[in-house]
Ligand binder design. Structure first.
Ligand SMILES: [Zn+2]
Length: 127
């Protein structure tokens, strides 16, 4: 028996039949981006990690890290970036609900919240 997705109530086959080649291509591009975010993480403790994508702190030049929290209830995750030296931080970026890449069933919630937090942090640095 085919497993139905919680949110859509559709089976994988039904979902795949609705995907146009353009949608599939965009999905692959998005996944490439998100896998790069995950690949940039080091010293991941399950709550904090460093990312090679993070620019230094705009205030003190310190090395920042990502702090994230997983709402195990399935509500989603949130993440922010904190400077390891002066502790300035971005506001929390909230991603409600779990997000799954449909063709593979990969849970991309963590990559999405961390990507958002990195983007917010990097915007603080003047070019
Ligand atoms: Zn700092």
């Amino acid at each position: 028996m085919m497993e139905r997705h919680d949110v859509t109530g559709l089976t994988d086959d039904e979902v795949m039949a609705m995907l146009t080649p353009e949608m599939a291509e965009k999905g692959e591009r998005d996944m490439e981006r998100l896998r790069a975010v995950m690949g940039s993480l080091t010293d991941d403790t399950g709550q904090t990690a460093y990312s090679s994508m993070l620019k230094p702190c705009p205030f003190c030049g310190g090395r920042p890290w990502v702090q994230y929290f997983d709402y195990k209830t399935g509500l989603g995750m949130e993440a922010r970036v904190v400077c390891g030296e002066c502790h300035v931080s971005t506001s929390r970026d909230w991603e409600s609900g779990r997000v799954t890449y449909l063709p593979t069933g990969e849970d991309v919630t963590k990559a999405l919240v961390i990507e958002k937090a990195i983007k917010t942090w990097n915007r603080r640095v003047e070019p």
